[in-house]
Design a protein around this ligand. Structure first.
Ligand SMILES: Cc1cc2nc3c(=O)[nH]c(=O)nc-3n(C[C@H](O)[C@H](O)[C@H](O)COP(=O)(O)O)c2cc1C
Length: 391
């Protein structure tokens, strides 16, 4: 998926995430006193670039799946995504409008994954506030997701550099303009794509990792509707950079499958959007929990393809699209701040509810840390089960 804020921007859907809407609490976090010390950031000098110069070694998937082991490992054996971001598990919580404020991102980072603040729905000053809270909440690596269509993108980039953010995931646009500037400031950059063509462009732009996002994913999507199963091996072949798989990953088993296809990490949105620390409204979470297979569909291809829950607003959009409505008409139907209305304010009938296909397999709201732990446990079990398959 390439996240595209186009129609939200037209509707000024960029506003404030008040903290008191965020549930869940973090405890026992030491202040990030070492934040400014570059020694604490193993990826600061972009080690992966050096690793890439010899090119990825094609090996059977089981030998690549090395992360979070208790025993000291040889650097060369370590999972490249863990090494690049300095994290224990190659599990990334995708940046998500109206869901991923500091509480969610900090909970994921504390559990050993990589938490990302979702800048797409924050005013610049709100982003600063969340960044500063992150620095206090965790001393583990974390980052910020920036949809490049953001209206005040230059101002936002200045903030990221001034606040010494070390990891940035960009989406919805070309990484060409900002990657050199971010690298100059010591930032590690990953970019989200929905095709191997864009993956190649990312490599040319010099990004450090690629998130390849399939059609199952929540939020804004690729036009070609390429599924994760189809996309990952092709992106893997198209680039020597480490690939993170996204879209439809909701279990340790799915994580193993993605890694068998050549991904070295996973980016997960839906599971974390429906976690206790997500700043989405309770009404949104409950509506998504009740979804069955087929409860979401891709629509709005004339604006920016988006996977939405099939609610009252979706029906209006679908009806308009069936009679060939133009972009202007579709924008009118969405109205102002449609995703804020749906996800954050909980208007589950007339708001835009972005969530992935995998929501139909989620049956409870759980703390984000528990989600990370369960993913790792199930991944390891599935790894053994698959290794035992004989035919
Ligand atoms: C509610 C919601 C909001 C999202 N907002 C963004 C965003 O602001 N920027 C972005 O790059 N991706 C966004 N995404 C995509 C996620 O970061 C992630 O890549 C995707 O959800 C992965 O697929 P999954 O939903 O099947 O786990 C969003 C996804 C959801 C569900």
């Amino acid at each position: 998926m390439i996240y595209n804020l186009l129609h939200n921007i037209k509707n000024q859907d960029i506003t404030y995430i008040p903290e008191n809407r965020v549930t869940g609490r973090l405890s026992g976090h030491s202040p990030c006193t070492n934040w400014a010390n570059p020694k604490n950031w193993p990826h600061r000098h972009h080690p992966i670039k050096n690793a890439n110069s010899v090119g990825p070694k094609p090996r059977p998937a089981v030998f690549l799946l090395t992360f979070g082991k208790q025993q000291p490992q040889k650097q060369s054996d370590m999972n490249r995504i863990c090494k690049l971001f300095g994290i224990r598990y190659p599990i990334i919580q995708g940046g998500m409008v109206w869901c991923s404020g500091w509480r969610l991102a900090a909970a994921v980072s504390q559990a050993g994954g990589l938490g990302l603040l979702g800048a797409g729905s924050m005013h610049p000053e709100t982003l600063v506030e969340h960044i500063r809270k992150m620095k206090v909440a965790t001393n583990r690596p974390w980052g910020v997701n920036v949809p490049l269509m953001y209206p005040e993108i230059d101002r936002l980039m200045d903030i990221l550099i001034r606040e010494e953010v070390k990891i940035v995931f960009t989406s919805a646009g070309s990484p060409k303009k900002f990657t050199p500037m971010l690298h100059e400031a010591g930032v590690t950059v990953a970019h989200v794509v929905s095709s191997s063509k864009f993956a190649r462009k990312c490599e040319e732009a010099g990004v450090d990792a690629i998130v390849a996002e399939g059609f199952e994913a929540g939020g804004h999507n690729g036009r070609e509707e390429t599924t994760t199963l189809t996309l990952i091996p092709q992106v893997r072949r198209a680039t020597g950079l480490p690939v993170v798989a996204a879209g439809g990953i909701g279990s340790g088993e799915a994580m193993l499958a993605a890694m068998a296809l050549g991904a070295e990490g996973v980016q997960i949105g839906t599971l974390f959007a429906l976690s206790a620390e997500s700043s989405a409204s309770e009404a949104f979470k409950q509506r998504c929990l009740a979804l069955d297979e087929g409860g979401t569909m891709l629509c709005l291809k004339k604006l920016s393809p988006t996977r939405l829950v099939r609610n009252g607003l979706f029906d209006k959009v679908a009806e308009a699209e069936a009679r060939g409505a133009n972009s202007e008409e579709l924008r009118d139907i969405l109205g102002k701040a449609a995703s804020k209305r749906g996800i954050f304010e909980g208007d589950t009938e007339q708001g835009e509810l972005e969530i992935g296909q995998i929501a139909s397999s989620v049956d409870a709201i759980r703390p984000a840390g528990d989600i990370v732990r369960q993913l790792v446990e199930d991944f390891r079990k599935a790894q053994k089960d698959v290794a035992a398959i004989d035919f």
